[in-house]
Design a protein around this ligand. Sequence first.
Ligand code: LLP
Length: 452
Amino acid sequence: MAHLAHDPDARPDGRSANDLKAVMPLTAELRDGELYVGGVSTVELAREFGTALYVYDEEHIRERLATWLRELRAVLPQADVAYAGKAFTCKAMVRLLAEAGAHLDVSSGGELAIALAAGFPAERVVVHGNNKSERELTEAIEAGAGLIVVDCFEELERVNRLAGGRGVVQPILLRIKPGVVADTHEYIRTGAEDSKFGFGLSDGAALQAVEQALALPHCDLRGLHAHIGSQIYALESFAETLRVLAAFLAELRASTGFVARDLNLGGGVGIAYLADDEPPQIAQFAAIVAETLKAACREHDLPLPRLLVEPGRSIVAGAGLTLYTVGSIKKLLDLRTYVAVDGGMTDNIRVALYGARYESVIASRADAPRDALVTLAGKHCESGDVVAIDASLQSPRVGDVICMFATGAYGHSMASNYNRQVRPGVVFVRDGRAREVLRRETYADLLNCETD
Ligand code: LLP
């Protein structure tokens, strides 16, 4: 667990919220030194809804969705954006997607159920998973899911049989491993040959899958999908993936006559977690992807397919923040200061899992320089339960509300009930109003599944 190590030479950075704009939600502002989001005081939010609490800037989500659609369609008018629901899903989020005209990538039957409950149009749903159950496939087919991304040979047979049993033809994509190794954490890298996802190109599995799919009467093969990983800054990796897929499409047309209508490039565009991070802009992503796709199609004399992308993190991460309350402070002489908060690895596993780092401020003194260096510890029964190591912060006091930025992706969606902790609620803020879209769990929720 090397990432738990504290750097004895680290010093507080003296920055305040004024220097952290890069990781703060769009509508974040300071009023008398206090942090407001969506026109609502974060201190008030903590008081009203309790902590730990996830807060989302609705305007930020809307803006990111609109930017993705606008920038991509400016260069590829047929393009569609399928938000990756695994980053954060609930009915309120799904309704924002529906309003924006986005598609939705679901990675399980549960995500599909939430989408359908929110009234999301099934024809705009893309169904993912490397081992979808018969039940999940049946639910997707019966709902009329727009696309099922088939991940393995067994699934080709299952989709064909289940669709046939219902007298329908299911539109599908095949997930391909392009052999592109993206520069990101090993756990969230998926495009290499040694990956559990999709069909390999070099071993001939992808070609075999296309041939089989074309022969199945209840599968309508629309094209290919590839997702190379997550939190990626190097746009060249996406361009490389497109070149590999286009070359494969050319090979397919020559050997089978198949011409793809859809090409799905997955998600993965990285965001800023720290103030000095410099993630790519969506416009840059769109420009490189469009240029590469058009050039590759010209080179192979292929018609331009509809491009789909599946951003998750880059739509919701920066929109979200977590509020915690400081419960205790331990100054360990010549070691470090542990500041314990009322959450931890159950609401944010990313620190323990990937060594993720975040920026935080004290909500009521956000304009003051961060003059202390602390380790923000959770309340759970493991030493690895930390949410920030060597974090610069305005000297914390017991009772202070801490605001941790950029926790909107893979925070709530990866939350757990470890230690029988109840999961925090989720509040959307906009125009000076807060609405609780998911309430905090209760002990009754914990007891709900008990049968004895
Ligand atoms: N499409 C597919 C098929 C995916 O598997 C994923 C993410 C996405 C799209 C969205 O990727 P994004 O734009 O959010 O990077 N729990 C990890 C991230 C795992 C990502 C899994 N797949 C984390 O907290 O960093």
